[in-house]
Design a protein around this ligand. Structure first.
Ligand SMILES: N[C@@H](CCC(=O)N[C@@H](CS)C(=O)NCC(=O)O)C(=O)O
Length: 266
């Protein structure tokens, strides 16, 4: 049995769970509370020195990095395949999945911290927060996360994230208009399972406006949301209460966010 170090809300973990659901792979989940700092527990850091989920244990081996894990699962459980048939199609799919680790995941994390998690951190004492930051082994991530936690909506990462996502959604929309119905063309692939969690999170936070005018993209989101894998591993694992709390936190910065979105003309 595979073991996933997991968190229901983690977009990177959702990505791996979607692959497992599409392939009907059984796994057990060990949930880490990331706002409480479970990822910094020395036993977990011994397994994954980056102190992040997801991590996947398959017998005696431990794999980290959600895109790498997704490819590992495709290799280990080839059917049903989540790869385009053509060489160029595979490279195109990998260009798309490369975007997730390159900027989509850090930018979603910036929005999460700057607009939502900072309100949860506010319940910790100064000493607890100092220990939380001190335990983070990733110096670049740490600088970004502290900027978002301390400056909130005024952190430069918030506007950067919204602008970057808007541009990319328009790129995806054009790609889908030219060669859909899936992100890498005719074949449902790791590009769809890989990118959906981050793009879906934008909507869950109330940023549907970033997709205004992008009809082909909206159709793709709908097609993804009707897949049993998405319902099982994302929709049904996020409670209405958690979602409402999330949106309520984001709404506290609505007027500043409206200013940023107006500049993007959405
Ligand atoms: N590049 C990594 C990113 C993993 C990542 O950022 N995971 C987040 C949850 S979505 C995490 O564990 N964050 C812990 C923290 O921010 O301290 C991957 O693709 O797996």
């Amino acid at each position: 049995m595979l073991t996933l170090y997991d968190n229901p809300f983690s977009t990177n973990a959702q990505k791996v769970r979607l692959v497992m659901a599409e392939k009907d792979i059984a796994f057990e989940s060990i949930i880490l509370d990331l706002q409480a700092g479970d990822q910094f527990n020395p036993d977990f850091k011994k397994l994954n020195p980056a102190a992040q989920v997801p991590a996947l244990r398959d017998r005696e081996k431990l794999f980290t990095e959600s895109t790498v894990i997704s490819e590992y699962l495709q290799d280990a459980y080839p059917e049903p395949s989540l790869l385009p048939g053509e060489l160029a199609g595979k490279a195109d799919m990998r260009w798309l999945t490369e975007q997730t680790n390159g900027w989509m995941s850090p930018m979603i994390n910036s929005l999460n911290i700057g607009l939502v998690f900072r309100h949860i951190y506010a319940e910790k004492s100064t000493a607890e927060m100092a220990a939380f930051w001190a335990a983070n082994p990733n110096p670049i991530q740490l600088m970004r996360q502290r900027s978002c936690a301390e400056e909130g909506v005024n952190s430069p990462y918030i506007a950067i994230a919204l602008r970057r996502y808007r541009t990319f959604i328009l790129t995806l929309n054009t790609r889908l208009e030219n060669a859909g119905p899936w992100l890498a063309g005719q074949v449902f692939s790791l590009a769809d399972t890989g990118l959906f969690p981050y793009l879906n999170r934008l909507d869950l936070m109330g940023f549907e406006r970033l997709a205004s005018g992008a009809t082909a993209y909206a159709n793709w989101l709908d097609a993804m949301r009707s897949r049993p894998s998405v319902q099982k591993e994302i929709t049904n694992k996020i409670s209405e209460n958690a979602l409402a709390a999330h949106r309520e936190f984001v709404a506290r910065d609505q007027s500043a966010l409206d200013g940023i979105l107006a500049e993007l003309r959405v």
